[in-house]
Design a protein around this ligand. Structure first.
Ligand SMILES: [Zn+2]
Length: 359
């Protein structure tokens, strides 16, 4: 799997953690972490909602003299890392980017961006370019990076996180305070968008030849294993193979009212991804095995209709009798929530549920 992930056998070398450089009491930098928004949001919320939640948090934080936005990017979460920085102070706005490793992880790329920003800020402070830096606000969209850093300078398990804490300390001054803020990514926050753009540019820059650290190696191996499993699944896509993947080959147990197979079918229909629907097969670029022709999403029984889960369940003319019997005359998709038993009976009647286990 290492070779599949593009890693040479001897290419992985994790730098030793530099313990003992600074004991915990030697850190003087004052840092606060803000990792929750005032309103709960999820990635599924539209960007406007998430942007407003972030803005309402930012409006309640201390007025900053310096605002930094950082972002990291990695192709597929494993390759061609880039780190982007936007630094705003006085009337100035500076943007730059660096490469963050041929092999990297999203987490490592985000951390490289934070470390790079602090390095840049330190030189600007030393050169007296930044007139005032009592309150420094750092915005990142990496919750994982902030949660890791929040554990404190001596609890860091990765060299890049240690670097961040050392650079924070190097920037310390008696009247200086850092607020590290998590903001949602891709929510239309201008600074975050600019940093994101820089990070992507950074990913296009020439990468240095460095030994591959543990984080990027793990990310690359995970991604390769996932791709291999998916490839095998899509290649075979027979019930036996799915059964092995889903159950580890163990005998199916009845879960509550439904068997495992029935639950899988119900869930697939709920997410509109059942393999009996041509729409699903077309989305997966499947080919008709008999003719070699790519499968189209059209229902062979109903001209002009897409054969997706809703069609099979609620409308398809092929199974009107079975549907009327089990689901009534004009069922809606609500039956998937309200009457799962009837759905299971219907799916069995139209041959989508093989009797995989004894009752
Ligand atoms: Zn149909």
């Amino acid at each position: 799997m290492c070779r599949r992930a593009g890693l040479q056998d001897d290419g992985i070398r994790e730098p030793l953690l530099a313990f003992g450089q600074n004991p915990p009491w030697a850190y003087t930098v004052r840092v606060s972490f803000e990792t929750t928004l005032p309103m709960e949001t999820t990635k599924a919320d539209c960007p406007d909602v998430r942007r407003r939640a972030a803005e309402s948090l930012l409006n309640h934080l201390p007025e900053p003299d310096v605002v930094a936005w950082t972002d990291g990017a990695a192709q597929g979460g494993t390759r061609q890392g880039g780190a982007g920085v936007v630094l705003q102070f006085g009337d100035e706005e500076r943007k730059w980017c660096i490469a963050a490793g041929e092999f990297t992880s999203s987490f490592a790329a985000e951390c490289h961006a934070l470390a790079e920003m602090l390095g840049g800020l330190l030189s600007l402070l030393q050169d007296d370019v930044v007139p005032l830096a009592r309150e420094v606000r750092v915005c990142t969209d990496s919750l994982a990076a902030l949660k890791a850093l929040e554990a404190g300078p001596t609890a860091q398990r990765h060299p890049i996180c240690q670097t961040i804490w050392r650079r924070l300390e190097a920037c310390a001054a008696p009247d200086r305070h850092f607020t590290l803020v998590w903001v949602p990514g891709h929510a239309g926050l201008r600074g975050n968008e600019l940093a994101d753009d820089q990070a992507r540019r950074g990913g296009l820059m020439e990468q240095q030849e460095t030994p591959i650290g543990l984080l990027p190696a793990v990310a690359a191996i995970k991604a390769a294993a996932k791709a291999a499993a998916r490839e095998r699944y899509l290649e075979a896509m027979d019930p036996a193979h799915h059964h092995r993947l889903a159950t580890g080959g163990k005998t199916l147990q009845r879960v509550g009212r439904f068997s495992a197979a029935e639950l899988v079918a119900l869930r697939r229909f709920r997410v509109n991804g059942h393999t009996s629907c041509r729409a699903t097969l077309a989305r997966w670029d499947k080919v008709d095995e008999a003719t070699g022709v790519p499968i189209t999403p059209d229902c062979p029984h109903c001209p002009g209709e897409t054969q997706d889960a809703a069609h099979v369940l609620c409308r398809c003319s092929r199974w009107t009798d079975e549907r009327t019997l089990h689901l009534g005359p004009n069922p809606s998709l609500n039956v998937l929530q309200d009457n799962c038993e009837a759905v299971v009976e219907y799916l069995r009647a139209i041959g989508l549920l093989a009797p995989v286990m004894a009752p």
